[in-house]
Design a protein around this ligand. Structure first.
Ligand SMILES: [Zn+2]
Length: 218
């Protein structure tokens, strides 16, 4: 398997990148600047890639954000919700059709590299909020990608039934550089500790009983 990992520099895709480095014959990382409200996670993606010594590209498409409105992740005029990740209010962080767009870009790049696999790190905790992280979506994208070219291409989504705390446990087991990852939607100097993804991150380390290396405000 030659795998291109759709890689944000967050915890989930860092565990995935570490796993693929171990399992795949060849692994490359692709990050995409789609106009997210802060560039923090892209800086962290570079640090993780360097640590893992994996080839990494950042595709800069910040203008994508201008046609993907209505999400508090791409629109700075909207207020970021605080509270638990699975709450109804977190739906404002959905970026319309983001994963289909990012996976389509990754698919084109994977085929041009002669790679047979795209790996993405959607996990069970994402399902309530993000429709494009559900297993049904991943299955349909796998089918579409397999039909996109005469060469074989499949979507590897090993975490789709795992919880975030399962990913923290697996990351610790694999010695993934969790300390270099960035989750926070706010993009301040350190993690805010209050947005949905900070709350989820804290909870995952606590449930996994792994010491949380993250510095939070407060
Ligand atoms: Zn935060």
């Amino acid at each position: 398997m030659k795998a291109l990992v759709l890689f944000s520099g967050g915890l989930d895709s860092t565990v995935l990148a570490t796993q693929m480095k171990k399992d795949a014959e060849e692994t490359r990382l692709l990050s995409i600047d789609y106009g997210q409200r802060h560039a923090k996670e892209l800086n962290h993606s570079q640090q993780v890639a360097k640590h893992l010594e994996l080839p990494h590209e950042i595709l800069k498409l910040p203008q994508l954000g201008t046609i993907l409105g209505g999400s508090s992740l791409t629109d700075k005029s909207l207020i970021l919700p605080e509270g638990h990740y699975a709450e109804e209010s977190m739906k404002s962080t959905v970026v319309p059709n983001r994963n289909m767009i990012l996976l389509a870009l990754a698919g084109g790049h994977a085929l041009s590299l002669g790679f047979d696999t795209i790996a993405y790190a959607a996990h069970a905790g994402d399902h309530t909020i993000y429709p494009d992280c559900r297993p049904e979506f991943a299955d349909a994208m796998d089918t579409a990608l397999s039909l996109a070219d005469w060469n074989t291409l499949s979507l590897h989504r090993p975490f789709v039934d795992m919880t975030k705390s399962d990913l923290v446990s697996l990351g610790a087991e694999l010695d993934a550089p969790l300390h270099l990852t960035w989750s926070c939607y706010a993009g301040n100097e350190i993690h805010c500790g209050k947005c949905g993804t900070c709350v989820e991150r804290k909870e995952a380390f606590a449930l996994a009983k792994i010491p949380d290396p993250t510095k939070y405000e407060e």
